[in-house]
Design a binder for this molecule. Structure first.
Ligand SMILES: Nc1nc2c(ncn2[C@@H]2O[C@H](COP(=O)(O)OP(=O)(O)OP(=O)(O)O)[C@@H](O)[C@H]2O)c(=O)[nH]1
Ligand SMILES: [K+]
Ligand SMILES: [Mg+2]
Length: 415
């Protein structure tokens, strides 16, 4: 097959599998002025912003995480006007290289990073710095080599998990409050299929409480979880050692000691059917819940069946940087995952200005809007009128603390 035929084949395949996967209701710009990405690689190599302490800039930050030589730098050079050196040898990139994607009027900071490998979280290579940068991102793009995607993906997921990064998960809806006394009060507003009051107590209490509740296989699993999440403030011992008990002594008496700080008094309310892992995340705290887009690059190297399989995976996009395939769709998905809030302003007696959106992160307030318009506006602020989904009535008078929502229209009234 010639190269052009191959490209058209892949394009057809992508059209079949991916185009209809776009989540409903994308945040279309009302102006219709969709500023496309700069697809031409830039010649001007920028040496600015090297090292890992890159200033946050623009409306959102996306970090490129992946094994060496999956095409992260090639991607940055394609999507932004920054050139990042790409080469066929591993660890070409040694620092954090920032670029900017201009899309729908937003400036999205894209960070090219060194490749990471298994053991990154323990400090292998520059893994620790890379993961620290990933923690600061609004969305992680996990770039994978389509020819070896699945293995790389699960290894990297484990690395990120181990430092408390939770991908494509929301914060578990569990109310948890340690108390001075009164024991453990446990309640749930939904039917629980993975946790029970007993298990919650077991997780909160110290060692001996656990005896008899857990099967050896469950203990082995628990132990694995604790070991893989090395940052847990959890101490775990068992006797006999778990390796010996695995499968052999099904009825062995196990002494389990699991402790964070041995919580005996707390209020626990499950508002969601969470797993024991989710609950432990809540106790430990300090977790980062982050959207992640899995991007399989180099699909020019794999069979059509494989393209099809990868394209159908959840949270996944297939691309080829080499052949510039499906990059527009990737941008659309990225925009969805960033879930930015676009606000339109309106002057008194005039129609809203839909040509110039103010782009903010989710959860932004009227005060954030003011700061975007003018530095001193918040100090002169009297009230604002808001039309849109964030208010009960349209318009509604609101104060600086009011949280705006996507596509709200706002009119600010000064003192
Ligand atoms: N066949 C093919 N090769 C690609 C594609 N994208 C990138 N490459 C090649 O893959 C190699 C590695 O690309 P880089 O952009 O340096 O990869 P990287 O992930 O930045 O690598 P490190 O910085 O070393 O971690 C280069 O030889 C690229 O030309 C693609 O879509 N198809
Ligand atoms: K490389
Ligand atoms: Mg690179």
């Amino acid at each position: 097959m010639g190269i052009l035929e191959k490209i058209s084949e892949i394009e057809k395949e992508i059209a079949r599998t991916q185009k209809n996967k776009v989540p409903p209701g994308p945040a279309e710009s009302k102006t219709g002025q969709v500023s496309g990405p700069a697809l031409e690689p830039s010649k001007s190599a920028s040496s600015k912003g090297e090292g890992f302490d890159v200033m946050k800039s623009g409306d959102a930050r996306v970090a490129l995480i992946g094994f060496p030589s999956v095409g992260k730098s090639t991607f940055l050079s394609l999507m932004t006007s920054t050139a990042s050196e790409a080469a066929s040898y591993e660890f070409t990139t040694l620092t954090c290289i920032p670029g900017v994607i201009e899309y729908k009027g937003a400036n999205i900071q894209l960070l090219d990073l060194p490749g990471i490998i298994e053991g990154a979280a323990q400090g292998r290579g520059r893994g620790r710095q890379v993961i620290a940068v990933a923690r600061t991102a609004d969305v992680v793009v996990m770039m994978l080599d389509a020819t070896k995607g699945d293995v790389q993906r699960s290894l990297l997921e484990k690395e990120l998990e181990s430092v408390g990064i939770r991908l494509n998960k929301h914060k578990p809806n569990i109310y948890f409050k340690p108390k001075k006394g009164g024991g453990i009060s446990f309640n749930s507003t939904v039917t629980l299929t993975q946790c029970s009051e007993k298990l919650v107590q077991l997780i909160l209490h110290d060692g001996m409480e656990a005896r008899g509740f857990l099967e050896p296989s469950a203990l082995v699993e628990l132990h694995k979880q604790i070991v893989t999440r090395s940052l847990w403030p959890v101490h775990f011992t068992s006797w006999p050692p778990l390796n010996d008990t695995c499968g052999h002594h099904a009825s062995a008496q196990l002494a389990l000691n699991l402790s964070y700080s041995e919580i005996f008094n707390a209020e626990v309310l499950f508002r969601e059917d969470c797993s024991p892992d989710d609950f432990i995340d809540v106790i430990v705290g300090n977790r980062v819940y982050m959207p992640c887009l899995y991007v399989y690059n180099k699909i020019d190297q794999i069979s059509m069946e494989e393209v099809d399989r990868l394209a159908r995976k959840p949270n996944s996009v297939v691309i080829s940087c080499g052949m510039k395939l499906n990059l527009d769709y990737l941008l659309e998905m990225l925009w969805e995952y960033l879930a930015l809030t676009c606000i339109y302003t309106k002057k008194r007696g005039q129609r809203p200005d839909f040509t110039d959106a103010i782009i903010l992160r989710k959860g932004a307030s009227v005060e954030h809007v003011c700061h975007r318009i003018h530095r001193s506006l918040a100090s002169q602020f009297k009230y604002a009128l808001v039309w849109g989904t964030s208010t009960k009535y349209s318009p509604q008078r609101v104060g600086l603390a009011h949280t705006v929502e996507h596509e709200d229209v706002i009119q600010i009234v000064k003192k």
